[in-house]
Design a protein around this ligand. Structure first.
Ligand code: COI
Length: 354
């Protein structure tokens, strides 16, 4: 039986909601009225609290600020036509959060804490969930070490928090990506599969260099030889080549994306030919040169299905087919949206109703 946790609630005096322009929401900049917080002290989770969204007071020696003992998740809540709140696959994120926790020596987050904290926060800030298809409430659970200690060891104390923000699309346009063959995102035996802060910090400089050349994202390759495609940093990557959906398998250097998994399940269900395997840079470049890449796209919670319009490699750019001709990725996007907004049968049981 699930234990009920006791959450102290302090409501905001005046909601910020009337000041929000839902027609122009920048991704990840506008936060709802409240946040959820819990502390891990003396070996147990306690102090469950919903309070007005606002800054935290942290000791300058807080271990996370120095050594990045920090993990997070990203998932979304949607409003159905009938006004129900639907959260997409929250327990898949829960499982991944705790896999990241294990790798980063962070204590496990109990299911009741994750579920009831999120539920209570979504109930109190329910009016913030956009109603329009294409918009949603992004949910960001995260855990970080809070010891004020200069030295390398796991923190004894942690905070688990959930913040939320209304969002539209992460990429407003199809993206141009560059195959990265110098810098490395993740190494075998490293933390690439964990959703941990440092993975993203390490990606900033190579991404900045690529942006100077006009690319919005990188396609990361394996850390050893830079011969095999891995992921795209903000998303997993998929190709439709010769009518086969091909995506790198995840292993320990690629984030096991939940949108990735959802697309693969739909593709298999629809009878598409699917291959999760090693995919070499040579194979992708050759297919691009021969015009055999029918579609390429990223998958992610923030990115949803992000069409890739151009792939850059060693100074050459390969333009991919027009977006409107991309039957498979457009169909994945449509079907996922229909399920998330409660307009299609949820045959895999992905939606969690509040
Ligand atoms: C997500 O897709 O939820 C992420 O955390 C990626 C980030 C670019 C927002």
């Amino acid at each position: 039986m699930t234990e009920t946790i006791d959450i102290k609630v302090t409501r905001i005096k005046e909601s910020k909601l009337p000041g929000v322009d839902f027609d122009n929401i920048p991704f990840g900049r506008i936060y709802t009225d409240h946040m959820f917080m819990a502390d891990y002290i003396d070996g147990k989770w306690q102090n469950f609290e919903i309070l007005p969204y606002g800054p935290l007071e942290l000791d300058p020696a807080t271990t996370t600020l120095h050594y990045a003992q920090s993990i997070f998740e990203g998932l979304k809540a949607y409003k159905s036509e009938s006004g129900e709140t639907l959260v997409f696959r929250p327990f898949a994120n829960f499982e991944r959060l705790n896999k990241s926790a294990e790798r980063m020596c962070i204590p496990e987050v109990p299911k009741e804490l994750y579920e009831q904290g999120m539920k209570a926060l979504l109930e109190i800030d329910n009016d913030w969930i956009p109603e329009e298809v294409g918009k949603s409430l992004y949910i960001r659970p995260f855990v970080f070490g809070t010891d004020d200690f200069i030295g390398i060891r796991p923190s004894d104390n942690y905070k688990f928090m959930i913040i939320t923000c209304p969002v539209g699309s992460y990429y407003a346009e199809p993206v141009s990506v560059k195959i990265e063959t110098h810098y490395t995102r993740a190494a075998k035996g490293g933390v690439g599969y964990a959703k941990t802060a440092g993975n993203y910090a390490a990606s900033l400089y190579p991404a900045k260099l690529a942006a100077q050349e006009g690319y919005q994202q990188l396609i990361w390759t394996d850390g050893q030889d830079h011969k095999y495609i891995e992921e795209s940093g903000t998303m997993n990557i998929m190709f439709r080549i010769d009518d086969t959906l091909i995506t790198p398998h995840t292993g320990d250097s690629v984030l096991p994306g939940i949108t990735r998994d959802s697309v693969l399940k739909l593709a298999r269900d629809w009878g598409y030919k699917v291959e999760e395997r090693k995919i070499s840079v040579d194979e992708v470049v050759k297919a691009a040169q021969e015009g055999r890449i029918q579609e390429a796209f990223g998958t992610g919670t923030a990115a949803t299905i992000a069409h890739i319009k151009k792939i850059g490699y060693e100074g050459a750019d390969y333009e991919l087919p027009p977006i409107k001709e991309r039957e498979w990725s457009n169909k994945f996007l449509k079907e996922l949206d229909m399920i998330k907004y409660g307009q299609a049968e949820d045959k895999f049981g992905w939606n969690y109703k509040l």
